[in-house]
Structure formats: C-alpha cells, structure tokens
Design a protein around this ligand. Structure first.
Ligand SMILES: *Cc1c(COP(=O)(O)O)cnc(C)c1O
Length: 455
C-alpha cells in the first residue's frame, strides 16, 4: 500500500506525535490548549505587528467617522463609529448549565456583532476598514485629499465618487465578506465585483446586486472562485483585490475591537485584571476576525484576557494548522475530515498562513463543536433571549461550558491559578452575524434546533 504523506509525515507518524489528532479526525469535540504560546510581553517581541498598527487603524476609522455618518445615517447614534453592544444573556447561561450539566461561574455576556451597522456581521470590522484604507490611499496618491487632517466628509462628494468610479475592487467569497466589501465599496463609488461559488446563498447575491455590485457566479467550489477572482484582478492595474487569506489590513480592522470593548466594560463597571479574568470565545473561519480581535484584546489586557477560537468539528482548519505546526500547509482534506457544516461563515478547509503563524503566539486555545450544538443554541437564543443569530455566530457560545466541563478546561484554569477566582470572571461569546438573514432562512434554522438533540 502506498502510504499517504502529509507535510512530510505519514498519517501514522502524525497520530503518534499528536494523540488528540485521532479525536479531531473522528470529528469529536476537542478543547485544545495552545502550548506554543508564551506570555504576552515576550510573544509581542516575536511578531511584526504591534500596538502602533492597532492605533493607526483606530485613528483611520476615527478620521472616516464623519464620512460614515453622512453615507450611512444609521450610524448617527454612534457618530459614524461601527460598533456593537454587549449584553448579558442569563437565560442562555442557565441553558448552558443544564444542557452540558456543568456549573458556570462568573458572568456571561454576548457581543452583538450580529447588529453591526451597514453589513450586520463581524466582517464589517475588517472589510470596511480595508476598503476605507484603500480609498484613502488612492485619494492621497492622486491629490484629491491634501492631507489626513481634512474632514473626510469629502469622500461623500461627487468628485470623489466620480474618481472612485474609475477604480475597481474585487473579492472572492461565499458571502459575508462580499456583503461588507460590496456595500462599502459601492457606496464610495467603486466598481465592485464579487466572485461567488455556486453554493452561495441566493439572497446574498440578490442583496449585492441591489447595491449595484456585480456578482459573478462560478461553477466551482469556494477556493476556485477566489482563485478566479484573484487572477482576473491581477490582470487589471486599476483593480484592488481584497484577499481574505493574506490581508494585513483586513486583520488590523478587526483589532480595533480590543480598545472599544475595554471602554464598554469600563462603562458597565466590569473589572478586568489578574483577579478578574476575561474569557472570550470567537468563531473562527479563515482566522482573520478571531485573530484580529484577540490581537487587539491582548494589547489592552495582556495576559488577563484569555482568547479561544471556535470551529465546527467538521471544519477544524485553524486547530489543524496550529496543532501540527504546519499552518496553511495542511487542510482538513489531508486528514479525511468531511467539511460538512451548516455554519457557513466558518466553512474554510485551510487556514490563513499569515494569521495562524502570527496567532500561534496569542491564542490561548481553541475548541470544536457539533452541528447539533449550534442548532440547539440558535433556537434557544431565539426562544429565551429573542436574539436571532446565524449558525456560525453560535460557535462561541458553548466555549464557557467547555472551560468548566472538560478536563482540559479545568486543567487550564488550575495551571493559570484561576480556579478560585472564577466567580469574578467575565465570559464573552462573540456573536458574529445574523441580522441580514432573511426571515424564511431564519425560520429554517429555528426548526433545525427544535428537535431535542443532545450531543
Ligand atoms: C467570516 C465569519 C466568521 C469568521 O471570521 P474569519 O475571519 O473567517 O475567521 C464568523 N462568523 C461569521 C458570521 C462570519 O461571516
């Protein structure tokens, strides 16, 4: 028999080296603590990005606030800042305790990125930032904007729009990234093209077209659709390609969430320090959003924030990349994992090399969940909290139960000396999307979770 080789090793070698790989391959739930990570200070010295980059992104978004407020009146309340609330979800905390039969200490909050203005998903953080930065660069290079001290409300003028109309933006996506890039790009005046695979939902295509975005459907899978987009884009010098896998700007757009969350917690008089730890559970697809937010949070809270990414057990691409130390050198296909998930925002078979190599230094760990868990909590979230989330947005919710309910989770708390402090802890599940989903689709999701299904 011809032994299959994955990144230089046979499957047998891999399983010997990493025993938990067996569970990952069997698509079981895994809670993984990142042993490669060091404390925040030494970790920061190993990487190319720093607080200066985060501050730069934050300042850029502040410059654009007057434009955003003008272009999107729904952001008037927040003065052009695209941000979401945090809210307590006590009924879901009780449901987690009963569903997983485990006690949860500390308070549980939900970060409502499902309600972010303009695009209604977490992508509004990274993608809108990247489009704005590109627009700013073009405007400065071409002398439309004299300096960064001008009032950016000029971006809403017809001069600017006419200028951007001669420029193109392209992106390849199954959905949410395209919506954020498409709405923002089209509003500025760009000619935006979104390349989608056949699986992408019809309502997303319709929505984009209603904003004047060109949607090109590819009769191939997601990876091919992205490749086609990238190729077309490279042949055209007036075209800018938003690259989900390699973009530093996209990543930096997410990082700004860190200092914003700190402010929100302070306003609610919620303490975070070594005696009051903060735990954050982030749904993970290609890795940009959980990576960027973790990076931003670590800048403000250092080792007092504990960040865990969350992936479908059928699509654990970040976990595989980190656990094997091979990053984007391995995919779920190499390990015969089927990739069947309804959490479509997380349906990425191979992680981003850029994000995973960077975040190896900062993620505290990660976990996987079953489809049934996402379905159950999607329905529970509607019944008990009247919050309508899309499947991917539920992935972080079981995280807190994993921390208290698994051997690995309890060991993590003990090793960090936190076991006795957990009654003073704050847990945040990051809800990443939902408000754009059409009613009929949401009803389908709701029904899926009605069946009494324990894992
Ligand atoms: C894209 C997305 C994620 C994950 O973000 P990545 O940057 O791909 O890791 C999570 N939830 C939703 C709803 C998304 O659209």
């Amino acid at each position: 028999m011809n032994e299959q080789v994955i990144a230089g090793k046979t499957l047998e070698n891999w399983k010997e080296e990493i025993p938990v790989l067996k569970d990952i391959m069997n698509m079981k739930n895994v809670f993984w603590v990142n042993r490669f990570k060091s404390d925040f200070e030494p970790a920061s010295k190993k990487v190319n990005l720093s607080k200066t980059d985060v501050d730069d992104a934050e300042a850029r978004l502040a410059r654009f606030a007057s434009y955003i407020e003008t272009a999107f009146p729904e952001t008037k309340k927040t003065k052009g800042i695209i941000e979401s609330k945090i809210s307590a979800i006590p009924a879901i905390k009780a449901e987690l305790e009963s569903y997983y039969d485990t006690a949860i200490e500390g308070r549980l909050l939900l970060k409502r990125d499902d309600t972010l203005p303009i695009a209604g998903t977490i992508k509004a953080r990274g993608a809108i930032y990247e489009v704005l930065k590109h627009a700013e660069t073009l405007a400065l290079e071409n002398g439309l904007l004299k300096s960064i001290d001008e009032d950016y409300v000029v971006f809403a003028s017809s001069d600017f729009r006419d200028f951007f109309a001669k420029h193109k933006i392209m992106v390849g996506t199954t959905g949410n990234l395209g919506i954020s890039v498409g709405i923002m790009g089209a509003k500025l005046g760009f000619e935006v093209t979104v390349h989608m695979s056949v699986e992408a939902k019809q309502w997303k295509k319709d929505l984009l077209r209603s904003h004047g975005v060109t949607v090109i459907e590819h009769n191939t899978n997601f990876t091919k659709a992205v490749e086609n987009g990238r190729m077309q884009s490279e042949q055209d010098p007036t075209c800018y390609f938003v690259d989900d896998e390699h973009s530093v700007d996209l990543f930096l757009g997410y990082t700004v969430a860190g200092s914003r969350l700190k402010k929100q917690l302070e306003e609610q008089k919620i303490q975070v320090d070594k005696d009051h730890p903060l735990f954050v559970y982030l749904p993970c697809g290609i890795g940009g959003s959980p990576g960027g937010i973790t990076f931003g949070l670590k800048q403000v809270y250092g080792d007092n924030v504990h960040c865990f990414f969350s992936e479908p057990a059928h699509m654990p691409s970040m976990m595989l990349g980190l656990i094997t130390n091979e990053y984007d050198g391995v995919s779920i296909d190499d390990f015969d994992i089927d990739g069947k998930t309804g959490m479509d925002g997380l349906a990425v078979p191979r992680t981003s090399g850029f994000v995973s190599k960077l975040m190896k230094n900062f993620f505290d760990g990660g976990f996987t969940l079953q489809e049934k868990e996402a379905q159950h909590f999607l329905t529970a979230m509607i019944d008990k909290e009247k919050i309508y989330l899309e499947p991917a947005a539920l992935a972080g919710v079981p995280g807190v139960a994993r921390l208290f309910g698994t051997i690995e989770g309890k060991r993590y708390l003990a090793e960090k000396g936190l076991t006795e402090k957990m009654d003073q802890a704050t847990h945040i599940a990051w809800a990443t999307g939902g408000s754009m989903v059409p009613k009929e689709d949401m009803e389908e999701f709701y029904k899926q979770g009605l069946e009494k299904s324990k894992v």
